[in-house]
Design a protein around this ligand. Structure first.
Ligand code: GLP
Length: 241
């Protein structure tokens, strides 16, 4: 597990092209294996991806009927129906628009009485579903993936995190104020993410240029969580600005 792999770098002309390319990969995955387990992400980066995937699904060539999905992360303390919860994001962008059964949609439970138990339960559920075939990722400006902030151990499984101040500042745009941004979240760990068969990273835009450059350097270090991806043999990075 100490090998270092090069990514499959795909430079895209614009956000739309990135979204189409990524949606095609997911479509192909579902055509090849209708009972795939898909890892999903939230944030601005995958919005176009979900749009394209929903459009392609509407053409009737593939179905989510046998698919399971697992999201990377969720805030702690927000009800699923809260407008800025990741549960709500997924309802809005994908779940209400495709034939994915309600019982097959999974996100960490940030409202659980016992949050540690919720993390373990999430790991168990992923394992018994057969493990993730294709994991979608965005990247934070500080290199976070999921909510794994800088200096997260590469050995982590699904766990509770304190959000970095910079992450709360960036995500404040979705809330009435920065104060309203939760201070904690549950996220898949780095080790969890690296177990996916294939990983697709969306890193488009001016704000992501520095993070992309850092990834291109190939240096692997816990102060830049996404650098762990160089330990994975099948990572595609869509980038551009
Ligand atoms: C968020 C999420 C990440 C996401 C990242 C980038 O805080 N937890 O999963 O990839 O930040 O977000 P965006 O795509 O909006 O730039």
């Amino acid at each position: 597990m100490n090998e270092v792999y090069e990514f499959d770098w795909v430079k895209v002309a614009d956000f739309d092209e990135m979204s189409s390319f990524a949606a095609k990969l997911y479509e192909r995955q579902l055509l090849r294996k209708p009972d795939s387990v898909l890892g999903l992400a939230t944030g601005a980066s995958p919005v176009g991806f979900y749009e394209k995937l929903v459009e392609r699904h509407a053409q009737g060539t593939f179905s989510f009927a046998q698919t399971h999905t697992f999201n990377l992360d969720e805030y702690i303390g927000l009800q699923p129906s809260h407008p800025t919860s990741f549960h709500n994001y997924m309802e809005e962008h994908l779940f209400t628009k495709v034939d994915l059964p309600v019982t097959s949609r999974h996100l960490p439970d940030g409202m659980a009485d016992d949050l540690n138990e919720a993390c373990l339960r999430y790991e168990t559920l992923m394992r018994i579903s057969g493990g993730i075939d294709m994991q979608l990722l965005g990247i934070g400006i500080n290199g976070h993936i999921g909510f794994n902030e800088p200096y997260t151990s590469f050995r982590t499984r699904t766990h509770i995190v304190d959000l970095a101040d910079s992450t709360r500042t960036v995500n404040a745009k979705y809330f009435p104020s920065k104060e309203a941004v939760p201070r904690q979240a549950i996220t898949m760990g780095i080790e969890t993410i690296l177990e996916a068969e294939q990983i697709i990273l969306l890193a488009f835009g001016e704000q992501k240029v520095e993070a992309v450059e850092r990834l291109k350097s190939g240096v692997i270090s816990e102060d830049f969580p996404a650098s762990c991806l160089h330990r994975h043999p099948h990572v595609t990075v869509f980038f551009g600005k």
